[in-house]
Design a protein around this ligand. Structure first.
Ligand SMILES: Cc1cc2nc3c(=O)[nH]c(=O)nc-3n(C[C@H](O)[C@H](O)[C@H](O)COP(=O)(O)OP(=O)(O)OC[C@H]3O[C@@H](n4cnc5c(N)ncnc54)[C@H](O)[C@@H]3O)c2cc1C
Ligand code: FES
Length: 283
């Protein structure tokens, strides 16, 4: 799905708490429906930069959920972690404020059989604010009848941002979701890779594809485990992005065997074998 030319102004419909993160919903009257894994460049219409100084560059944010807009178009939900000035401003947006958006940008997750011939099922693995694109992917796989399991990792009770994106209309966690928490307050005590390992070691592991998004260390652990067990994977990666559409080369990351990929146009979703090691280059 390609972005319409140029940026467009959207209105904030809602801003709510989600386990320590914020979910900001924008009404996009013109844009197409994005695919899971795609992202938008966001910039607040007002208060975007130091007083009297230069405005910030827009920030890349994955789309976490979509719904039909009340007056046409599409509602876009973004899961935001306030880690710096841009995301802090976006987390503080109030209903009715304006946000400039460009998108949807980048590629999207592919169906299991497109990643690995003969594969039919999916295992989604997420951690931190990286659960965002997997929330939309889970929904799409559900609509398309793709069998899937979801493994999510959280640090502790106070850091469960985005978990509600994996709940059904009753508010209960969807049955295909399993949790790992480092403090053990719910789910398995440990890391999300502790949930993944027995699945990869199973006899039918190669009939599925792993889809992952999260902090670089988690992604590298998932990539290495999948390579070790011969299971195909797709990883949604991050790197600093200035333009989001291939012009600045700010997002270039090394390719195995030499050369570079521009993560904004060649990604952000890459197959595991397109990545030598997920390192600080992707942070
Ligand atoms: C494709 C893609 C999708 C993304 N999706 C999401 C998403 O869904 N939700 C989300 O919250 N974020 C997402 N991000 C990440 C987000 O775009 C970045 O974190 C963004 O840079 C935040 O902007 P900022 O102004 O808040 O922080 P920045 O000022 O850009 O800082 C970002 C981080 O870098 C650190 N940092 C900044 N300057 C320095 C320095 N000089 N030395 C060391 N560390 C420094 C900060 O402490 C902070 O941890 C995504 C990124 C990409 C590329
Ligand atoms: S962000 Fe500019 S080329 Fe990728």
């Amino acid at each position: 799905m390609n972005a319409p030319f140029g940026r467009r102004l959207c209105e904030v419909a809602a801003n709510r708490d989600s386990g320590g993160y914020r979910v900001v919903s924008l009404l996009d009257h013109e844009g197409p429906e994005p695919e899971p894994g795609q992202f938008y460049m966001l910039a607040a219409e007002a208060g975007w930069g130091a007083d009297g100084g230069r405005a910030f560059l827009p920030r890349a944010i994955s789309v976490a959920a979509t719904a039909p807009g009340a007056r046409g178009g599409v509602r876009l939900d973004f899961l935001l972690d306030a880690v710096g000035p841009g995301t802090e401003r976006l987390c503080g947006l109030g209903a009715g404020e304006g946000v400039w958006i460009t998108g949807p940008l980048g590629n999207s997750f592919a169906a299991p059989a497109e990643v690995s011939p003969g594969a039919a099922g999916a295992v989604l693995v997420g951690g931190g604010v990286g659960v965002a694109p997997l929330a939309l992917l889970r929904r799409r796989f559900g609509e398309r009848g793709v069998p899937h399991r979801v493994l999510l990792g959280f640090r502790d009770r106070r850091h469960t941002g985005g978990l509600d994106l994996f709940c059904g209309s009753s508010g209960a966690l969807c049955p295909e979701v399993r949790l790992a928490t480092e403090d053990g307050h719910t789910g398995l005590q440990g890391r999300v890779t502790d949930l993944l390992l027995p699945i990869l070691a199973g006899d039918d592991a190669r009939s599925g594809v792993v889809y992952a998004c999260g902090p670089p260390a988690m992604l590298e652990a998932v990539r290495a485990l999948c390579a070790e067990h011969g299971v195909a994977c797709e990883l949604a990666l991050e790197s600093p992005m200035a333009c989001g559409f291939g012009a600045c080369f700010g997002c270039a990351v090394p390719k195995p065997g030499g050369g570079f990929l521009r993560l904004c146009v060649d990604g952000p979703v890459l197959r595991g074998d397109q990545v030598e090691e997920v390192s600080h280059a992707y942070a």
